[in-house]
Structures are given as structure tokens and as C-alpha cells.
Design a binder for this molecule. Structure first.
Ligand SMILES: Nc1ncnc2c1ncn2[C@@H]1O[C@H](COP(=O)(O)OP(=O)(O)O)[C@@H](O)[C@H]1O
Ligand SMILES: CCCC(=O)OP(=O)(O)O
Length: 358
């Protein structure tokens, strides 16, 4: 029996998820939620390093995990430079880019850094990241915005989007690179990606003011009004950045990053909560429609995933708007922990070679 362990670490904007696998079997899984209030005490994402690492170590101790048997620590990364899909060993260049937030700040930057820190403290472990949020397979035409000063970039839930795309392909006895799907990941951030035969050729920048609004992000805002607000003298750059990421979306409208709380309020007759939830659903459906045209209408399935895909009202709203395009399938939660662990497992067994980050 395989005794070697894999530790998977997934810092998200509203949670820290941990899994331990013994070979290919899950032996421990934990999702620790973080409220907007709790995270507001930290000035920046790097400041959350000790907080998130301590939580992870404490959970492992509480669950009586034999830490010294861990040989692979794989973290969800991170805003490094745009790279192709795959698993990467954490090296000095990668750590430096995560530390300086080369493409911006997001909780997943801590994935590679915490994985490295934990691996260094163990006798035999190595650290990796897999399918980070900057996986870039966009078509050139999709990169062009309406002004040469601005380029569209690929920042999204690459790990889960690909894992769910593959799971759907398996369920219809096809390979991922034989099908076309639209995947909407509905988490702390929301991304909607067009997968053309295994490549995600267009997707919204889920982090920085593009696409549907989400529990803690504004998504696309009217550009003229945003420019005016920036020069109104009422807000600092940091305050405007927080409106876009961290304090936008549900946090701005309702005061919480917990979509479940909004769901309950809407069910109990709170008209504002219902309108805002409907607006979020409407924007997700509209983005799916746009991605259907990217795929020229040849869509095998529309796959809804992420924590908010647990919400039946939101799912039904989206289904009602997009079912005419293709069958809609719902994968509530995410397959990220398994996807991270399986990448680690394949490296541990020598079935794949990790890529080098340059
Ligand atoms: N059972 C549920 N019903 C409705 N919403 C849920 C449920 N579980 C989680 N959510 C919502 O999903 C969001 C978090 O999704 P998740 O994919 O875990 O995000 P992240 O990885 O960005 O932290 C939160 O707003 C949370 O309230
Ligand atoms: C950085 C894009 C991925 C993302 O938004 O992740 P979360 O939903 O976990 O914040």
C-alpha cells in the first residue's frame, strides 16, 4: 500500500482549503471559510501568510496527520507570469514573482509560498503549483481591447475550469481535447471560459474588473463613470482598487461575501437581496451567451461550478437564460483539491515531469 502523502493547499479569496491524499486516496479534506471582516485586518495578501499557514498546520495537527510522510506539497498558484497549463516545481524565480505579486495580488499567491515553506520543514518533501490562475491559452484576437493602452489578460480559475471540463468529457466518453464547453466558475471571483478542444481561448479577467460581478468583485464597470470617479478627489487609488476587488460585488451591495447569506435573505423576502442575486445570475448568463459566440454555437455543454453553484435559485435563473445554447450541467463546489493532489500524485510516481518556471 502507498504510504507517501500529498498535501494540497488552496488559498481562495473567501476560504483556505486543505486536502491530504495517501497515494490517490483522499484521507483529509477541510474548507476553512474567511469572512470579509476577518480578512479586512490585513493590509495586503502577503500579510496573510502566517495567518493562513498557521491555520493549515493546526488543522493537520488536529486531524493527527503524520506530517513527516508528506513527500509532495502542491499549492494553488498564483499570479506568476502567464504560462502554459501544467505542474511547476516551486523555484526561486517563481517564489520571487509570487512575493512581488508580478501580475497582481490574489490569495492563491500564497499557495506556492506556503507549499514551499511547509516542504522545506519536512524531511523529503518538494513543493509545486499546478494550473495556476495565469494559465494563458487565449487567441490573439481575444487579447485586443478597445484601446492599445489596455490588453486583455487571462486570469481565472484555470485549475477548476480544466478539471471540470475533463470530468464532463469523461462522463460522455470523450476526451477533453475533443469537446467544446463553456465553464462558469462561481466562487469568490467569477470566471466564464470558452474551451475549444482543450484550450481556453477566451475568458474574462476574473480578478480585475472584467466579466460578471461576484461575491467580492465588481466585474465590468461603466468605463466613463469609473474614470470620472477616479478623478473626483473623493477616493484614493487603493480605495478604487478595493471597489474592484475585495469590496465590490455582493460586499458592496449587501455587505457580505457570503453568497449563501444573500440566498437566504432573498428567499425570506428581502427584495434588494433578490434583485442583486438576480443581477449576478443575469450577468453570468450574459457572459455564457458571449462565449457561445466565441465557440460559434458549437457547444457540447455549459458547466456551472464553484461554491455558488450550490444555489438552486441562481442556477435556475442561469439555466432559464442559456439552456437554448446547450445542455447545462451543475458541478457544485470544485474539483480543485483532487486536481491538485492528482497532479502531485503523478509527479510522485514519476508519471509526469514537472515543468520549469523561467
Ligand atoms: N451551499 C451553498 N449555497 C450557496 N452558496 C454557497 C454554498 N457554499 C458556498 N457558497 C458560496 O460560494 C462562495 C465561495 O465559493 P468558493 O468556490 O469556495 O470560493 P473561493 O474558492 O473563491 O473562496 C461564497 O460566497 C459562499 O457563500
Ligand atoms: C484570480 C482568479 C481566480 C479567483 O478569482 O479565485 P477565487 O474565486 O478563489 O478568488
Amino acid at each position: 500500500m502507498e504510504t507517501r502523502r500529498i498535501l494540497a493547499i488552496n488559498p481562495g479569496s473567501t476560504s483556505t482549503k486543505i486536502a491530504v491524499y495517501q497515494g490517490d486516496k483522499s484521507v483529509f479534506l477541510k474548507n476553512i471559510k474567511h469572512t470579509a471582516e476577518e480578512l479586512s485586518h490585513f493590509e495586503s495578501i502577503p500579510d496573510q501568510f502566517e495567518f493562513r499557514k498557521d491555520i493549515i498546520m493546526q488543522e493537520l495537527i488536529n486531524a493527527e496527520i503524520q506530517i513527516d510522510l508528506i513527500e509532495v506539497v502542491v499549492g494553488r498558484g498564483g499570479l506568476v507570469k502567464p504560462i502554459e497549463s501544467g505542474i511547476y516545481e516551486v523555484n526561486d524565480r517563481l517564489k520571487e514573482d509570487l512575493r512581488i505579486s508580478v501580475l497582481g495580488e490574489h490569495a492563491s499567491n500564497l499557495g506556492g509560498l506556503i507549499a514551499d515553506n511547509i516542504a522545506q520543514s519536512l524531511p523529503k518533501a518538494k513543493a509545486y503549483i499546478a494550473d495556476p490562475v495565469v494559465v494563458d491559452e487565449m487567441e490573439d484576437v481575444a487579447r485586443i481591447s478597445g484601446h492599445p493602452e489596455f490588453q486583455r489578460v487571462s486570469i481565472f480559475h484555470a485549475l477548476n475550469q480544466k478539471a471540470i471540463g475533463r470530468a464532463f468529457a469523461r462522463s460522455i466518453d470523450k476526451k477533453y481535447d475533443e469537446i467544446n464547453v463553456i465553464v462558469a466558475h462561481l466562487g469568490g471571483g467569477i470566471s466564464v471560459g470558452a474551451h475549444l478542444k482543450g484550450r481556453i481561448i477566451d475568458v474574462n479577467n476574473a480578478l480585475d474588473g472584467e466579466g460578471p460581478f461576484s461575491p467580492e468583485r465588481s466585474g465590468t464597470l461603466p468605463a466613463g463613470a469609473l474614470a470620472k470617479l477616479c478623478f473626483s478627489g473623493k477616493y484614493t487609488l487603493d480605495e478604487v482598487k478595493k471597489m474592484i476587488k475585495g469590496e465590490g460585488g455582493l460586499v458592496a451591495h449587501i455587505g457580505t461575501n457570503d453568497a449563501y447569506e444573500v440566498e437566504v435573505k432573498a428567499k425570506n423576502g428581502d427584495a434588494k437581496a433578490k434583485l442583486i442575486q438576480d443581477a449576478m445570475s443575469y450577468q453570468v448568463a450574459k457572459s455564457i451567451g458571449a462565449m457561445a459566440s466565441v465557440l460559434k454555437g458549437e457547444v457540447d455543454g455549459i458547466l456551472l461550478t464553484g461554491g455558488i453553484a450550490h444555489n438552486p435559485d441562481l442556477v435556475n435563473y442561469v439555466k432559464d437564460m442559456v439552456s437554448f445554447i446547450a445542455p447545462v450541467l451543475v458541478y457544485p463546489g470544485e474539483d480543485e483539491m483532487k486536481a491538485l493532489a492528482m497532479n502531485g500524485y503523478m509527479v510522485m510516481r514519476g508519471e509526469i515531469n514537472p515543468k520549469e518556471y523561467n
